[in-house]
Design a protein around this ligand. Structure first.
Ligand SMILES: C[S@@+](CC[C@H](N)C(=O)[O-])C[C@H]1O[C@@H](n2cnc3c(N)ncnc32)[C@H](O)[C@@H]1O
Length: 275
């Protein structure tokens, strides 16, 4: 049961992009998880775990006395996550294939977390309700999702990146993904019967230029979404290759100032009522 036309694709290159993206978002997500109250000893569910980065981050926060279960709809990405877990010798994480809304577990979790996943689910409020059923009373739900209304690249100083960001967001929009889900999470958590935090964390990942970090980030994004951009008639393959292989490189590699690496990421958490 997947609801949006998953615009990022399910290729090896996309899984590698997810891992690179996770490296860029890691400090933001770690601050969000600590703010939400993820602590040593907790038993945590990570929904839409992808290649496993949030699960592996949580595994370090909960320590050996805690545990993590990562689930994803995509069986292949679960294999990637499992290989990475095994290679790092991490014992307190398990991965398995499951829809976020139908996780089977004998024991209730102390917390459920997720990053960039509710945006792909047609009814995120209903999903929050289902996920909360797997969390103990008084437990935590913490999600890190974007708000793409906030256009981060400067159309004056970074016109190629601004054009690409516009193409990416229009492609997600056509696919049915929720572009403003980060900003909606507070209200959706209230509607799902949760007690959301009134001061969530909102951050944009940024980079100072003169190396290929920002260029790689956006070129890989463009390539993962190329098929859908073309299918939806938003751009031609030649145009995306021209942006990703030439114009973006010319614009971003010599940059001497700030380049956005993400849209606004909103870390919103809340509690399930204690009774
Ligand atoms: C953009 S990736 C993010 C992966 C990971 N959370 C991260 O931040 O690195 C979104 C993931 O959500 C998964 N997904 C989408 N809808 C889902 C659902 N209903 N249940 C479980 N996973 C889902 C996709 O398969 C994909 O792996």
């Amino acid at each position: 049961m997947e609801d949006t036309d998953y615009a990022l694709g399910r290729t090896k290159a996309e899984y590698e992009r997810l891992i690179e993206q996770a490296e860029l978002l890691r400090p933001l997500t770690e601050r969000m998880l600590l703010g939400a109250g993820i602590r040593r000893g907790m038993h945590v569910l990570d929904v839409g775990c992808g290649a496993g980065d949030v699960s592996l981050l949580v595994s370090a926060l909960v320590g050996p006395e805690g545990s993590v279960v990562g689930v994803d709809l995509d069986g292949e990405v679960i294999q990637v996550a499992e290989q990475r877990r095994a290679a790092e010798g991490i014992a307190n994480v398990r991965f398995h294939r499951s829809d976020a809304r139908a996780v089977e577990s004998g024991r209730l979790f102390d917390a459920a977390v997720g990053r960039c996943v509710l945006m792909f689910i047609s009814d995120p409020t209903a999903a929050l309700r289902h996920i909360a059923e797997r969390v103990r009373p008084g437990g935590i739900l913490a999600f890190h999702e974007w708000d793409a209304r906030v256009m981060t690249a400067s159309p004056m100083k970074q016109p190629v990146l601004a054009r690409l960001q516009g193409l990416i967001t229009r492609t997600f929009e056509r696919s049915g993904a929720h572009l403003e889900i980060g900003a909606e999470l507070y209200g959706r958590m209230l509607d799902a019967g949760l007690e959301p935090e009134t001061k969530p964390l909102a951050e944009i990942a940024v980079h100072m230029g003169q190396d290929d970090v920002a260029y790689r980030r956006w070129a890989l994004f463009a390539k993962s979404m190329l098929l859908k951009m073309v299918e939806y008639g938003l751009a031609t393959e030649a145009e995306i290759h021209d942006i990703a292989d030439h114009r973006l490189r010319d614009e971003l590699l010599p940059a001497r100032g700030l380049i956005p690496l993400s849209w606004l990421m909103i870390g919103q958490w809340g509690r399930k009522p204690a009774r």
